[in-house]
Design a protein around this ligand. Structure first.
Ligand code: AHM
Ligand code: MG
Length: 314
């Protein structure tokens, strides 16, 4: 029997969220296909390489970042279910003005940009919030969140109502089909952190890392694309960390676009997340590009990490 498609799954299992939620998921599916088509032609098409421009953080913008940001933001603004869109690449959030929207969606259109040119996994991260006066909402108000992973196969995972389900793009049917049902976080002990920053790490971080490494129980894995690292952490288990350090007092990753949506998903899959020693979903962003330190993974490993009293969180 043919596997259930994402569209069919949403109608059957998220019916209580009605047509607006189904519309948003349709937009995300369509966007994923557009980006996958570009990613597969990386180096062959115009949207390859560095754009020569910089974003609001002064970082280099890859052509794919700029293309993906426009494609997703515009598709969302045209969706009746959407009230506002915030994006990692946008200076300020955009309002749809359609009068029917009940959701705000935040996205990082292409996360892991430094991996685009080397054909390594990259991703899209999204968080779906109820409409509010501001996009600056606590992660605890998320209705749903998820990611698209552009890897050897394309995957879409999302969390809603306490469950996480994963879908694989089937090129024959040209649609996502259910491949990971009711995902619970794995139990392996992988750790993912950019240890190239060792000299910048605070003492607490160094003590923690020395402890887990001398235990002999852990294996290091680091893609450098958060979606790739979180996907492995979800399926296999482990801990992903991007801490505050002496150079980056709030870490690198953005609360609204990366940290809150992926923390929400990992927690719904039975894991845990911490910003310093604070739950990242309890933090109200003070600005849309706010960065926070983050560790997320299995409950046991996050608890162990927290016991070292890492810095940061506000
Ligand atoms: P980006 O949004 O500019 O792609 O940056 C975010 C990425 C994450 O995907 C990843 O976890 C992190 O940056 C890696 O940073 P580093 O190269 O400092 O290890
Ligand atoms: Mg990013």
């Amino acid at each position: 029997m043919a596997r259930i498609t994402l569209h069919e799954f949403v109608s059957a299992h998220n019916a209580e969220l009605g047509q607006p939620f189904a519309e948003v998921m349709d937009v995300l599916e369509s966007f994923a296909k557009t980006i996958q088509a570009k990613v597969q032609r990386n180096g062959l098409i115009e949207e390859s390489g560095d754009s020569g421009g910089t974003n609001v953080y002064g970082e280099n913008v890859q052509k794919l970042d700029a293309f993906a940001d426009g494609a997703l933001t515009n598709a969302l603004l045209a969706c009746p279910a959407i009230h506002a869109v915030g994006s990692e690449e946008l200076e300020t959030p955009k309002l749809s003005g359609n009068g029917t929207g009940i959701y705000t969606l935040t996205h990082d259109p292409v996360d892991g940009s430094s991996n685009i040119d080397t054909n390594l996994p990259i991703g899209t991260i999204f968080g779906l919030y109820p409409k509010a006066d501001s996009v600056l909402q606590k992660g605890n108000t998320l209705v749903a969140s998820g990611y698209i992973l552009y890897g050897p196969s394309m995957l879409l995972f999302y969390a809603v109502n306490g469950t996480v389900n994963g879908f694989t793009f089937d090129p024959d049917r040209e649609t996502f089909v259910l491949s990971y049902e009711n995902v619970r976080i794995g139990e392996k002990k992988y750790y993912a952190i950019n240890e190239g920053n060792w000299e910048l790490f605070f003492e607490e971080e160094q003590k923690y890392l020395t402890t887990i490494k001398t235990s002999g129980d852990f294996t290091a894995r680091y893609v450098g694309s958060m979606v790739g690292d979180i996907h492995r952490t979800l399926l296999k288990g482990g801990i992903f960390i991007y801490p505050a350090d002496k150079k980056h007092e709030s870490g690198k990753l953005r609360l609204l676009y990366e940290v809150a949506p992926l923390s929400f998903l990992i927690i719904q899959a039975g894991g845990d997340a911490t910003s310093g020693v604070i739950n990242p979903l309890e933090l109200t962003p003070v600005k849309h590009d706010q960065r926070v330190p983050i560790a997320m993974g299995t409950k046991v490993l996050v608890e162990q990490y927290r016991s070292f009293s890492p810095k940061g969180g506000k």
